[in-house]
Write a protein that binds this ligand. Structure first.
Ligand SMILES: Nc1nc2c(ncn2[C@@H]2O[C@H](COP(=O)(O)OP(=O)(O)OP(=O)(O)O)[C@@H](O)[C@H]2O)c(=O)[nH]1
Ligand SMILES: [Mg+2]
Length: 204
């Protein structure tokens, strides 16, 4: 939930990276952390991790500068993608202002992508949020595999599977090489800050 502190003139927004296990959510945050100016970022914190797998969440806070007199701080979280950790995903979604859905381009992940997006929709609905109303962008990750032996889905197939009804912005990416990572972050931040600012104006 966006949090407005009028005494310190700060607005906090929460963005959650969601998607199937091993899709590249943590890799996105790591790349952002490693390629941001130390003045604007807090520590990256990974809570409970086993090898590659997130068991609780990752967290990174970024200072985006000012809008009028307000300092804008965004907080990035990842959920654990593994199917069994649904209760943790629900916890991490608490107070969410925007979502980046990281899909895995590998062909064998096709159904997992679809299931994970449905899981997001259901978990948002439990919180009274319609997936069509919340700032959301899709990232089609692991496009670098295009040049290898692992079969991957085309952008058209991913669009048909995931974005047919949503019609939200989408970004082909290779998070491991940083391709598309900041483009994705910029778009979701823009949408979240806009939505939060409108909410604030409406309340004033
Ligand atoms: N080839 C390739 N591998 C990637 C890319 N992004 C991530 N990976 C690899 O995929 C594996 C899983 O990445 P993570 O970022 O840990 O995935 P996650 O979505 O956080 O997974 P969970 O925490 O289990 O939900 C790691 O071995 C990454 O190095 C990419 O763009 N291309
Ligand atoms: Mg992870």
């Amino acid at each position: 939930m966006s949090f407005i502190n009028f005494s310190s003139n700060e607005i906090q927004c929460k963005i959650v990276y969601y998607g199937p296990g091993l899709g590249g959510k943590t890799t996105n945050l790591l790349y952002i952390y490693e390629h941001t100016n130390p003045d604007i970022k807090g520590k990256m914190i990974s809570i409970d991790t086993k090898g590659d797998r997130t068991l609780f969440f990752d967290f990174l806070s970024l200072n985006l500068g000012k809008i009028r007199d307000f300092k804008i701080r965004i907080q990035l979280y990842t959920v654990p993608g593994q199917v069994t950790y649904d209760s943790t995903r629900k916890l991490v979604l608490k107070g969410v202002d925007g979502v980046v859905f990281v899909a895995d381009s590998m062909m064998i992940k096709r159904q997992e992508n679809i299931d994970s997006l449905q899981n997001l929709e259901a978990n948002l609905a439990e919180k009274g949020i319609n997936i069509f109303d919340i700032p959301l962008v899709l990232q089609y990750n692991k496009r670098d595999l295009e040049n290898g032996n692992i079969p991957i889905l085309t952008i058209e197939e991913l669009q048909r599977d995931l974005n047919h009804d949503l019609h939200v912005p989408y970004f082909p990416a290779s998070a491991i090489n940083g391709v598309g990572v900041f483009e994705t972050l910029r778009e979701i931040s823009k949408r979240v800050v806009k939505a939060v600012s409108l909410k604030i104006l409406a309340k004033r």
